[in-house]
Design a protein around this ligand. Structure first.
Ligand code: AGP
Length: 621
């Protein structure tokens, strides 16, 4: 939920750290800070330094990175070794004092941390009884004080001792002014990667933070401790045993993590969807033939599947709901979908011949991770669908299917959602093909349609001005109900999530047929109903549901199929999507809803890339 970056090398690091933090701001944006090792000769800040010795200089500020930048403008804080942090508050309000880095009593150790120390209260009490003085309300502050307690000259060993005492999660990065040429780090269940540079090395929560400097990375695993210097990288386990690990090369480009002329990442990412969809199909769907080696299952194993479980959170859970409908319809395998945060608390049943699919764009969502660990402990085979190569979920799965949407920086999932939908289509058809439960002609029809989807998405994007005009009319409404049936239902749920996430307007996604069982009571002149009403097998039913809300004075926006003239009689506004087959309307109808949320939020002056209270990767439970 927080972002970390660190650099040790030949260059001055202030700019590297500030730029890195900006690229990580999607992970947390309520306060930020930087700590740098600087030569401090003589007397400074009431401390006497020996000639040529180093001190730690810290600057931190509540608010976004821009506030931190303002704070350090004109100051000389800079050096060749430094750490930075952007925070999403858990323990302690987002104030300057609670912002990271935090220090020990003697200001010799500075720490940034992403995660939660669950036993911090007990540790803090113990440290206070030993005379340590705390200044913040954070759980993190116990870390520098414990390192101070354990430090006998090698902070790496102190870090290993620390890992044995703390409970919870954390990527921890520390500076030690007594050893000014190294950075020490550790990881328990929060992402941390090492970037290998030409004139120095990096640590970061995520690749985009340092992509402009390197594409060569090493992943840090749980309970590992790290020592990086400008020309060396060492990895150790919790007992100090050295570990060797090969680096990998990232195929993300730096422009994919930049706005490239768009006003916001969210808008850029919406417009990148034709590319993300095409990339996600590439290599899997070739000239009408489907290949899915990554699934890593024999036809026999697939035929013997009796059940599939899909778990995910938020937007990814809506892709899961679509997947359930597709797999059940085409491959006739029963599918259960559950939100990860509920899964492991109910003593879940893992059947003998079942497959467990985890969907997570970040691959780091802690609840999804906990759910796959629970399922694995009960013998499940885990396939994950994620956008981040080498993420924790990917590494803990038996097979990984990557969505190739490119890095998604906006907190709101857009292009990763449509890429996940594509994977759901491909997996469902593949299972249907292998089980022989869908005839060749139908398979061909679906695959042919899939291949032309990117062009259809593009044609809608070319018409985005129309959605903007509709948003200009609707942004003052207080309540939005998104209604859909069948393949339109996951779209309705996702449309509502998008709108509430970026605009803060009350929105609900509902099965249209369920309206009369309660939600219709909400409907009045302040309500906009967004109906997902393509020309599919439930079209007529949807028309009746629209009538019901229209007669209760709601304003109606219909997302309908081009050529459907009838729908305009039922609607105040209509946005037309290109014609496709019933099952594929999901992916076409979500795109205008993403644009609608974007333009409504912009009308309301919201920060769409960093909505209040949210973070991109939810690494705390
Ligand atoms: C989507 O717009 C949200 N930011 C959120 O619901 C997100 O989908 C959820 O946190 C799951 O994340 P994941 O896909 O990385 O696991």
């Amino acid at each position: 939920m927080c972002g970390i970056i660190a650099y040790v090398g030949e260059k001055k690091c202030r700019g590297i750290i500030i730029n890195g933090l900006k690229r990580l701001e999607y992970r947390g944006y309520d306060s930020a800070g930087i700590a740098v090792l600087m030569k401090e000769d003589g007397k400074k800040n009431n401390r006497q330094f020996k000639p040529d010795s180093y001190g730690i200089r810290i600057a931190k500020q509540a608010g976004k990175i821009a506030e931190l930048e303002k704070l350090i403008k004109g100051s000389d804080i800079d050096g060749c070794v430094g750490i930075g942090h952007t925070r999403w508050a858990t323990h302690g309000a987002p104030t300057q004092i609670n912002a990271h880095p935090h220090m020990d009593c003697n200001s010799k150790i500075a720490v940034v941390h992403n995660g939660i120390i669950e036993n911090y209260a007990e540790l803090k009490e113990e440290l206070i009884s030993k005379g340590h003085k705390f200044v913040s309300e954070t759980d993190t502050e116990v870390i520098p004080h414990m390192l101070e307690e354990f430090n006998n000259g090698d902070l790496l060993i102190a870090m290993q001792k620390l890992l044995k005492r703390i409970k919870g999660s954390g990527a921890i990065v520390a500076l030690n002014s007594q050893v000014p040429d190294e950075i020490i780090a550790a990881r328990i269940a929060s992402p941390l990667i090492i970037g290998i540079g030409r004139d120095g090395n990096f640590l970061a929560s995520d690749m985009p933070a340092v992509l402009e400097h390197t594409k060569n990375f090493i992943i840090v695993n749980d309970f590992e401790t790290i020592r990086i210097k400008k020309d060396s990288i060492e990895i150790f386990d919790i007992d100090g045993k050295k570990i060797t690990r090969e680096p990998f090369k990232a195929n993300w480009s730096i422009t994919s993590a930049e706005k490239s002329g768009y006003e916001d990442f969210m808008l850029k990412e919406i417009f990148e969807q034709p590319f993300g969809v095409k990339e996600t199909m590439r290599g899997r769907l070739i000239e009408g033939q489907l290949d899915f080696k990554e699934l890593n299952m024999t036809s026999e194993q697939i035929r013997s599947l009796e059940k599939i479980h899909i778990i995910a959170c938020g937007t990814s859970s809506h892709a899961a709901l679509l997947g359930k409908q597709l797999i059940e319809k085409w491959a006739r395998i029963p599918v259960e979908v559950e939100v990860s945060s509920e899964y492991r608390y109910k003593d879940p049943i893992v059947e003998k011949n079942c497959l467990f699919i985890a969907i997570t764009q970040s691959g780091e969502t802690i609840d999804t991770l906990a759910a796959i660990r629970e399922a694995r402990s009960k013998g499940a085979r885990i396939v994950s669908i994620t956008n981040v190569v080498g993420s924790t979920v990917a590494r803990e799965s038996d097979a990984v299917i990557y969505t190739h949407a490119g890095p998604e920086i906006g907190v709101c999932a857009t292009k990763t959602f449509t890429a996940q939908m594509i994977v759901m289509y491909l997996v469902a058809i593949y299972l249907a093909k292998e089980t022989g439960r869908l005839d060749q002609e139908k398979i061909k029809e679906i695959l042919d349609e899939l291949e032309i989807l990117p062009n259809k998405i593009q044609s809608m994007l070319n018409n985005s001005e129309q959605i903007k005009r509709i948003a200009d009319q609707l942004y003052k409404y207080k309540t939005f109900l998104f209604l859909g049936r069948l393949f339109g239902l996951p779209v309705a749920l996702e449309g509502a999530l998008k709108l509430k996430e970026v605009s803060y307007i009350h929105a609900e996604g509902y099965a249209a047929g369920e309206m009369k069982h309660g939600p219709i009571a909400l409907t009045d002149t302040n309500t906009t109903v967004v109906s997902i009403v393509p020309r599919d097998s439930v079209y007529e039913k949807m028309l009746s549901n629209i009538e019901e809300v229209k007669s209760r004075n709601a304003t109606i926006l219909s997302i309908a199929t081009e050529g459907d003239i009838q729908i305009s009689r039922y609607s105040n506004y209509v946005f037309y999507v290109p014609k496709t087959i019933e099952e594929l309307y999901g992916i076409l109808t979500i795109v205008p809803l993403q644009l609608l949320s974007y333009y409504i939020a912009k009308n309301l002056g919201r920060n769409v890339d960093q909505p209040r209270n949210l973070a991109k990767s939810v690494t705390v439970e």
